[in-house]
Design a protein around this ligand. Structure first.
Ligand SMILES: [Ca+2]
Length: 175
């Protein structure tokens, strides 16, 4: 009977070890300093970067071996609300447009020629009023300027002006 009990305990212990070693904790879903939301991790930088291309380069430099990282793409009202809520809590309005978060949106020759740096489809936008109005070659931003409430605007010349940014990468697929 004791042998049976010991075997039973050994099986239980083995199962527990298997579960605890194969299922990552929530903290393992994203790298340190990244926030998990949905199927992706997000990294917010509220210290101004040197511009949109610099921000995109910094995002790409944080990629992991099988998890590409770019300035964030936005694909739903829910994702937009998440990004705006973090921006709103971290950076209060300071001007008509600022602060703004660079996202991975490029505007081509016209408003209808838009693309994301991560290669995903442009299936959602949140432009304010006449925006985007700086094409071609402008870049998109989420604004927490006075009364902007997370609406998007574009900035010309590849976004050379310093501002904040948000990166995005897929979460750990084992999560
Ligand atoms: Ca604009």
């Amino acid at each position: 009977m004791k042998i049976f009990k010991d075997s039973y305990l050994l099986i239980l212990f083995s199962l527990f070890s298997l579960i605890t070693t194969s299922v990552p904790s929530t903290a393992d879903c994203c790298p340190a300093s990244w926030i998990l939301w949905g199927q992706h991790c997000y990294y917010f930088q509220f210290v101004n970067t040197e511009g949109w291309q610099d921000a995109e380069n910094r995002c790409k430099a944080m990629a992991l071996c099988d998890r590409p990282s770019h300035l964030a793409s936005v694909h739903s009202r829910e994702e937009q609300n998440f990004l705006y809520e973090v921006l709103r809590l971290a950076a209060p309005p300071e001007s008509s447009w600022g602060p703004s978060l660079y996202i991975g949106l490029l505007v081509g020759n016209s408003q209808t020629q838009m693309s994301w740096t991560d290669g995903s489809c442009v299936d959602y936008t949140n432009w304010i009023g006449v925006e985007p109005n700086n094409a071609p070659g402008s870049v998109g931003m989420i604004s927490n300027g006075i009364g902007r409430l997370g609406g998007w605007h574009d900035r010309s010349s590849g976004g050379l002006a310093a501002d904040k940014y948000v990166c995005k990468m897929p979460k750990n697929e084992r999560c």
